[in-house]
Write a protein that binds this ligand. Structure first.
Ligand code: 13P
Ligand code: SF4
Length: 305
């Protein structure tokens, strides 16, 4: 049963020719109002397939930028200006330009969780689910991978034949998960499978039964014949899985795996954005958009090879 505020959001989004995108780390009440739920790149692609003039992206800023890069004709709004991603913003264009200068001959691969400004300086973009496949297919043996050293380490282990340089840094939320959390969770739930995101530290990923992106973790849990799972990613996923599959049991790897940047957007912010009372628009110079789009186009080309 939808609340009054949710019903008003659904009425207004139709009236205002707006599609609502929600990253799966958003709260369940926001997911229930969304037209599309998923990961950042999948959401941006879905937004482009609609005729809607306006898009509200419930997530963090780089996700709104990705929508704008792919569908420039749409007005892209974020409900909450504070919703940034510390990993996406950990390097700026000047720092990356210096790094590139110190590593001649290296191709730069950017995780999609980067700002548009950084993407303008990168050769290829990847998502957490496509990183291994794309880097394997690249016609380059020397790679600088930014900005997540944990996802980078995971990729490096799958592709030992390439020289992959990493930068220090990554997702502060996933980095909170430790091997000690794994030992404790496995002791409490000995029958459960451990599913983790590749943004987790290497010693956590090595102990997992499955490593995958958020949507891959959700698909794995849905399709598995097993009934108990320890979830090593943002804890909203534990809640969504519990609601979607009440016959199965889901446990958080740690109660601390909460992304405050994702949680800062509330259902009230979403309503206020539709009412024109708050929200901010993602804008971008056309030259920046085109430069940032190149590495996304290259990801699509390599992905379809
Ligand atoms: P994905 O699994 O969709 O890559 O999401 C990870 C994440 O941290 C998004 O901010
Ligand atoms: Fe950024 Fe990590 Fe939060 Fe995702 S979970 S938005 S990568 S801080």
């Amino acid at each position: 049963m939808l609340s009054d505020i949710q019903q008003e959001i659904i009425r207004l989004k139709k009236e205002k020719d707006t599609v609502i995108l929600a990253h799966c780390y958003q709260t369940h009440d926001i997911l229930e109002c969304a037209d599309f739920v998923g990961d950042s790149f999948g959401l941006a692609q879905k937004a482009c397939t609609t005729d809607a003039a306006n898009v509200i992206m419930c997530g963090v800023r780089f996700m709104g930028e990705t929508v704008k890069i792919l569908c420039p004709e749409k007005r892209v709004l974020m409900p909450c200006e504070e919703a940034g991603c510390p990993m996406a913003e950990q390097l700026d264009a000047e720092m990356l330009a210096q790094l590139k200068e110190s590593l001649p001959g290296y191709k730069v691969v950017a995780y999609i969780n980067t700002t548009a400004a950084l993407k303008t300086l990168c050769d290829v973009c990847v998502t957490s689910s496509s990183a291994v496949k794309i880097i394997r297919r690249m016609d380059a043996d020397k790679i600088l991978f930014i900005p997540d050293c944990n996802l980078g380490d995971y990729v490096k282990k799958q592709i030992p034949e390439k020289e992959i340089k990493l930068v220090q840094g990554g997702c502060p939320t996933h980095a909170r998960l430790t091997a000690q959390d794994v030992r404790e969770a496995k002791k409490s739930h000995p029958k459960a499978l451990l599913l983790v995101h590749p943004e987790c530290r290497p010693d956590v990923a090595e102990l997992a039964d499955f490593v995958g992106s958020t949507t891959e973790i959700m698909d794995f849990a849905a399709k598995s014949s097993e009934n108990e799972f320890i979830i090593g990613t943002e804890n909203s996923i534990v809640q969504h899985l519990g609601i979607n599959y009440p016959e199965k049991l889901f446990y958080p790897l740690s109660k601390d795996c909460v992304c405050h940047n994702m949680r800062v957007t509330t259902i009230a912010d979403l309503l206020h954005t539709l009412q024109g009372k708050s929200g901010f628009e993602i804008t971008m110079e056309e030259s920046e958009r085109l430069a940032a789009k190149r590495c996304i186009d290259e990801m699509l080309r390599l992905g379809n090879e």
